[in-house]
Write a protein that binds this ligand. Structure first.
Ligand code: FNR
Length: 370
């Protein structure tokens, strides 16, 4: 792993954040039309994308009072990593679509904020470039299982050398959902797939279809052991929505379960991610940690996810918008804002620590898989 140049953080500026939702419209003004469409879109009618966020309202936290809460502490430990907050910048392909610094800016912003970052196989910067900035701070590598095992071994070697604490195998995206913004905008994912270039296959500039063509469609449970044996890293399965899949993955050796519907970009009509979390947490039953994402925009959403069984909460698009608006400082501003909302929500629910948050009583009329 050789890093020749100093990291280029591009244009950076401090941004004010009122809330995460408002970043979308602001970012639209600074990102190209096709690029913005690709980042913002969900699949089909975007029912699942919208419902991911609105479904949080179906879960109510019952506050406790007289709990002597003065300085809530949201620091936590996830699979050995010390975090200032139980937050993860979810893996996103091609971050240079949002900002010239791409994953380098994301790595710096999450590092400064003391939260976890995950880098996508389809990142715009190589694992080595990103790791050089990340430099020992909490970092995981997300794998789209390549068809070519030699390329897979290359990615795992790079991830290990880059200090990845775990490999996240994404299982819900052997093909992309039907996303209309790309058709309307005649947009094909542009830019280089840095890790593919790094491997030097000569296949440059592949579009979104080409990306999925590079990935293996026939995923199965045996892959978990194969990846763990080669990489000597914990394997996390991303895209779990059914309790039976969580159970099967754990029995096959998964070190953590990542509950996600890809931010509503895959199967439209799937339940909101938060709706399936309780049943999955019940089946997982603390055997392994749980990561959760899709639709998170508020500190209260983070608390609800933690109280319903998550150990780490991922945020996708809002970090892309923060990156677009301010480079690494924008990423940090998004994390800092969310931390501030989490602090308020902790105090208002009567929680001093994340362990307390996990005990918040949640009332809901939503019963999925029960
Ligand atoms: C993604 N996501 C994703 N997931 C993954 O495992 N590998 C990837 O390369 C990508 N790429 C990607 C690109 C873009 C533009 C988006 C918006 C999302 C899914 C991502 O990790 C996460 O599951 C969702 O973004 C979470 O939903 P929210 O927070 O965006 O609502």
């Amino acid at each position: 792993m050789i890093i020749k140049n100093k990291p280029d953080f591009g244009k950076i500026q401090k941004i004010d954040v009122l809330n995460l939702k408002s970043l979308e419209k602001r970012a639209q003004k600074v990102i190209g039309k096709g690029e913005f469409g690709y980042i913002e879109e969900g699949s089909d009618d975007e029912y699942t994308k919208q419902h991911n966020t609105t479904a949080f309202t179906e879960f109510h936290m019952v506050p406790r009072v007289l709990q002597d809460i003065e300085q809530p502490d949201q620091s936590t430990n996830f699979m050995g990593a010390k975090l200032e907050s139980p937050l993860l910048a979810a893996p996103i392909a091609g971050n240079t679509l949002a900002h010239e610094s791409g994953e380098i800016g994301l790595a710096k912003g999450t590092k400064e904020a003391g939260i976890m970052m995950a880098q996508s196989t389809f990142a715009s910067k190589t694992i080595a470039e990103t790791a050089a900035v990340s430099d020992g701070s909490p970092y995981m590598f997300q794998l789209y299982m390549p068809k070519d095992w030699d390329y897979c071994k290359y990615l795992l070697d790079e991830a290990r050398q880059g200090g990845a604490q775990a490999i996240i195998l994404t299982a819900d995206s052997t093909l992309g959902g039907y996303r209309e913004a790309d058709i309307i905008n005649q947009y094909h994912l542009k830019g280089k797939i840095a890790n593919l270039d790094g491997y030097n296959t000569g296949k440059k500039g592949v579009g979104a279809g080409g990306l999925f063509a590079e990935s293996m469609q026939k995923l199965n449970l045996d892959l978990i052991n194969k990846l763990a044996e080669y990489s000597h890293l914990p394997i996390i399965i991303k895209g779990i929505q059914h309790p039976a899949d969580a159970d099967a993955a754990i029995k096959a050796g998964a070190a953590a379960i990542y509950v996600s519907n890809h931010g509503g970009r895959q199967l439209d009509g799937a339940p909101a991610s938060i709706e399936v979390l309780p049943a999955i947490a019940s089946v997982v039953n603390h055997r392994v940690p749980i990561i959760f994402d899709s639709g998170v925009q508020r500190g209260t959403h983070v608390l609800k996810a933690l109280a319903l069984g998550a150990d780490l909460v991922g945020v996708g698009r809002p970090f892309s918008y923060g990156l677009a608006l301010g480079g690494w400082k924008g990423v940090k501003a998004v994390a800092d804002h969310l931390k501030m909302e989490i602090n308020i929500a902790m105090q208002l629910t009567g929680c001093q620590t994340i362990a307390d948050v996990k005990k918040i009583q949640i009332n809901s009329n939503t019963h999925i898989f029960n």
